[in-house]
Design a protein around this ligand. Structure first.
Ligand code: FAD
Length: 496
């Protein structure tokens, strides 16, 4: 496939999205250089993928003829065809709402559990991406396909000549090309290289509602939570899938712990804290002594060599002051990030790859189109923010939290359904239908309700809130979400 005007493009950042976009741009006939400040393999966080991500990746594979990447779209195929690339099985989302002092248990009527299926079988299933392997695989793929790749390489300065539309780029090492790019794509994530070079890094854009921080690391010897439940005599006969084969969420008062298991024995654990909560939140050790169920899961856990100590973040949420400028544009994870809850990051990054690939495959590669793309990404981040911030507000009440989560599942399911029916030549919808006024309005309304309830701490009338959410999602709900008869066990929510 060759585009009308061949561009020279520098992609800064060889995470999975930078490498993937670089390959596609190369396949389109552009001359592409990809740089990263580190070298693969290296630890990276952001591992729980979703069906939404799978739909976008499949569309990219088909449209840009990337058959080597097909195994990344399904657990079964991945295990068969990419055994050397680390992966974990993700059948859906599981949530356990813990009570201080309690051992692992399953409650009657599932008043403290929630399981939502995302896939209908192990073979078709979603995955946890062992990022050090996946990112290395895609970086090597980019190099094999003909992209010029430089590891351990940074840009120290870049000057754009408006008249020739050429970037003069100054690399920070003897690698790298000294000049001559028409476009720079900033895929550096939190590195936000182009904003820094433009002197924007400390400027502030309108804020996000969510306010959280995290500590996280990779561990060995984390016990399967289902084994602990079983040994305590719990009845799990109506679990739609093993809760460990999922993005497992352990919900505490104003914190939650993610547990993502990989087949290589590594488990990714991260404790996320809501900074909006005024009460002091326990650190790791205090959390373990407060919640014996979690202490039991982690009794033999040891840091994996990839992360010999905790990695601690300040506030996770960030929005770059701008996501493009003359001759440059950024991918979504560089423009902003909300939170790991709902695992939206990989899908959002892939949707950015998809839209930039579309622009670079057209005869109209203009600053104006980059600007429209960027505004859409900001809108998406704002929508994701509402879907997540409401969950944090409602965390003290499982029923409220669960009902509010259904806004996310409705948006994701409808997005995936639309992707399934439309062809790859059609313009894809905004992620989570962020460009559908009715979807956006219902999420905003849900968020306002959540805010009112949280502000007044009126947790008594959960049924009323569930009814309101049911009414809101009703025009979009094809799978019976927020249904009390299911007792929080959603088995038939997968699109595939
Ligand atoms: C704590 C946490 C948990 C998360 N959990 C999930 C999850 O479970 N599911 C999910 O979908 N998403 C999750 N995310 C989001 C996910 O991490 C991102 O969506 C994903 O990493 C984006 O990939 P990327 O390739 O665009 O960017 P990145 O993975 O950030 O890659 C950026 C690359 O740029 C390079 N770079 C940085 N600075 C420079 C520079 N100056 N010069 C050159 N190269 C540079 C880096 O070395 C890196 O290789 C999480 C994020 C966080 C912070």
């Amino acid at each position: 496939m060759n585009v009308p005007s061949r561009q020279t493009i520098l992609v800064i950042g060889g995470g999975f999205s930078g490498s993937l976009l670089a390959v596609i741009l190369h396949k389109l006939g552009h001359q592409v250089t990809l740089i990263d400040k580190s070298s693969h393999p290296r630890f990276a966080i952001g591992e729980s993928s979703t069906p939404t991500a799978g739909f976008i990746l499949r569309a990219l594979i088909e449209k840009y003829d990337l058959p080597e990447l097909l195994p990344l779209t399904r657990y079964g195929l991945w295990k068969e065809e990419l055994p050397s690339v680390g992966v974990g099985l993700k059948r859906g989302f599981s949530y356990f709402f813990h009570v201080e002092g309690e051992e692992p248990q399953v409650t009657s009527g599932h008043v403290r559990e929630l399981l939502v299926a995302a896939s209908s079988s192990d073979a078709q299933s979603d995955t946890h991406w062992y990022r050090q392997d996946v990112d290395q695989f895609l970086w090597n793929y980019a190099a094999d396909q003909g992209v010029t790749c430089y590891a351990d390489s940074v840009v120290t300065d870049a000057i754009f000549d408006e008249s020739t539309r050429i970037w003069q780029v100054y690399p920070g090492s003897s690698n790298g090309d000294a000049s001559g790019f028409n476009w720079i794509v900033d895929a550096s994530g939190a590195g936000a290289v182009m904003c820094s070079l433009a002197g924007d890094a400390d400027e502030i854009r309108d804020d996000l509602e969510t306010d959280s921080s995290a500590v996280f690391a990779h561990f060995q010897n984390v016990k399967r939570y289902d084994d602990l439940l079983l040994s305590g005599g719990a009845d799990m006969s109506d679990f739609p899938f093993p809760s460990d084969n999922a993005a497992q969420h352990h919900m505490l008062k104003s914190q939650w712990l993610w547990s993502l298991r990989f087949d290589n024995g590594v488990t990714s654990l991260g404790l996320v804290t809501d900074r909006n909560c005024r009460e002091p939140q326990p650190g790791w050790e205090e959390m373990l002594s407060t919640y014996p169920a979690l202490a039991a899961m982690l009794v033999n856990a040891e840091f994996d060599p990839a992360t010999p100590a905790w990695l601690r973040t300040s506030r996770l949420q960030r929005l770059a002051v701008r996501g493009c400028g003359p001759g440059w544009v950024a991918l979504p994870h560089t423009i902003g990030f909300v939170d790991p809850l709902h695992s939206t990051g990989i899908a959002h990054s892939l949707s950015g790859v998809e839209r930039l690939a579309d622009i670079f495959s057209s005869g109209e590669i203009t600053d104006g189109r980059m600007s429209s793309y960027t505004e859409a990404v900001y809108d998406e981040l704002k929508l994701i923010d509402l879907l997540i911030a409401g969950c944090y507000k409602l965390m003290p009440s499982k029923r409220h939290f669960e009902a509010y989560c259904m806004l996310y599942f409705t948006a994701a399911h409808n997005y995936e359904t639309q992707r399934m029916v439309q062809g790859t030549s059609e313009v894809p919808p905004g992620i989570f239908l962020s460009d559908d006024a009715q979807m956006v309005a219902l999420i905003r309304e849900g968020y306002q309700l959540a805010t009112r309830i949280a502000d007044s701490s009126q947790w008594e009338n959960a049924e009323w809130f569930e009814q309101q959410i049911r009414k809101l999602i009703q025009p979009f709900d094809q799978i019976g979400l927020c249904n009390p008869d299911l007792h929080s066990m959603y088995a038939y929510t997968a699109v595939l």
